[in-house]
Design a protein around this ligand. Structure first.
Ligand code: RFL
Ligand code: PHB
Length: 394
């Protein structure tokens, strides 16, 4: 037996992109259904991004999910770049008049789930074999199985917010989709601990032994990352080994303030730059990681997903309010222009801050020269700051 449902926008994926889209649509009176292959607690437990751009903070505030974020988020007006233990501060506030907010993706997701649930949003969790179909018709469908029951959602539009490994992008015919990719020859090993951060601001460090990042979730909880070999196994990294390696990479002076403790979470993520074009196929729209991936060095992944969804929600709301499809038509083109700029920044900062196994002595000197220029030149520092705080939406 198959159960049928009807909605205006069927959203595949309950990550930050799908949840925020559902909220923005609901705020404008547009109905949606959200389908995910996992359940809420699994999604909330994924430790990922930590830095929110100004535009992301504005979007979450406008969506009505900003209260706890403003109370608990940490305002950061600068961050540090370090090379072989030498630290330089990039003053975001002085260069841009703006700041970023340190507030974890887990919390953003929880705030969105809380509001969506309180408003009675329709979710389908643990959905298997999710299949979008009929994207070139005006009645697309998404079918799936839940607890052995076959389900079909009929809608006007499908939003593919199902991340890099989702089904939405793969539903676009190969002769329509162009993909661009760079896989980096290393990964990031992340560790979360219930200890105060080593510094009030984030430190991105390039050291001959590899990159390290000192970040945080609150005044009492810190998040650290180490560049590790591609394909490395977390089992190779005891907490002791992690702390010793981090101390070496950030240098003696910084390590003196490091408060080590047991890890609450430890995981390895690969690094990749990826873009799929176009981000629309008929009545299917891609948003967030489903369409593009950035290496985490610029802290852009979540912010890019939010920017996509802001534009997509505006286009869809306009269509329901006025019947105009102008912004639906230009969605892919407008979003991609911004996506590529953010890809460029994330790629540049990744190239600057990591050790590349294939680099010659010449390329190592070039990297050092680029670092010196960036931190000594007012113009170059401003460039970094304006990208870090977030490029304008359009
Ligand atoms: P998400 O968060 O991946 O959510 C996608 C949702 O879709 C569901 N899904 C499916 N549902 C139905 N059917 C299917 N076939 C499905 N396949 C997948 C998934 O269960 C999930 O709930 O994508 P979204 O919403 O676009 O949000 C993007 C951000 O999550 C992402 O850009 C960032 O987290 C990227 N990222 C990081 N960004 C940073 O700025 N800083 C970081 O430190 C950082 N660390 C990370 C990351 C991404 C990681 N991934 C994707 C492996 C660490 C990791 C491990
Ligand atoms: C994090 O806190 O998880 C984080 C912060 C900055 C980044 C990447 C990750 O660039």
């Amino acid at each position: 037996m198959s159960k049928s449902h009807r909605t205006s926008v069927c959203i595949i994926g309950a990550g930050p992109a799908g949840l925020l889209l559902s909220q923005l649509l609901a705020n404008a009176g547009v109905d949606s259904i959200v389908i995910d292959r996992r359940d809420r607690s699994y999604i909330e437990g994924r430790i990922r991004a930590g830095v929110l751009e100004r535009g992301t903070v504005d979007a979450l505030t406008e969506a009505g999910v900003g209260d706890r974020m403003h109370q608990e988020g940490l305002v950061h007006e600068g961050f540090e770049l370090a090379f072989d233990g030498e630290r330089h501060r990039i003053d975001i506030a002085a260069h841009t008049g703006a700041s970023v907010l340190v507030y974890g993706q887990t919390e953003v997701t929880k705030d969105l789930f809380d509001k969506r649930t309180a408003e009675g949003a329709r979710f389908f969790f643990n959905a298997e074999d999710v299949t979008p179909e009929g994207m070139k018709t005006d009645q697309p469908t998404v079918s799936f199985t839940q607890n052995g029951t076959a389900m079909t959602v009929t809608c006007d539009y499908i939003a593919g917010c199902d991340g890099f490994h989702g089904v939405s992008r793969r539903a676009i015919p190969r002769d329509v989709l162009n993909t661009f990719e760079r896989v980096y020859p290393f990964g990031w090993l992340g560790l979360l601990t219930e200890r105060p951060p080593v510094s009030d601001e984030l430190i991105y460090a390039n050291h001959a032994r590899g990159f390290a990042l000192c970040s945080m979730r609150s005044q009492t909880r810190s998040r650290y990352y180490l560049q590790c070999e591609a394909g490395d196994d977390v089992a190779n990294w005891s907490d002791t080994r992690f702390w010793e390696e981090l101390a070496r990479r950030i240098g003696e002076a910084s390590a003196a303030d490091l408060q080590t403790g047991p890890s609450i979470e430890k995981s390895i993520a690969p690094l990749r730059s990826f873009v799929a074009e176009p981000m629309r196929y008929g009545n299917l729209f891609l948003a967030g990681d489903a369409a593009h991936i950035v290496p985490p060095t610029g802290a852009k992944g979540l912010n890019l997903a939010v920017a996509d969804v802001r534009l997509l929600s505006r286009a869809l709301i306009e269509r329901y309010r006025t019947g105009t499809t102008e912004h639906i038509g230009s969605y892919s083109q407008i979003v991609l222009a911004r996506v590529w700029k953010v890809e460029r920044f994330s790629w540049q900062l990744s190239n600057l801050m990591h050790q590349f196994p294939e680099h010659s002595a010449f390329e190592k000197r070039m990297q050092r020269a680029e670092f010196d220029y960036l931190v000594q030149s007012e113009a170059a520092s401003k460039t970094i700051a304006e990208n870090y705080v977030g490029l304008p939406l359009e």
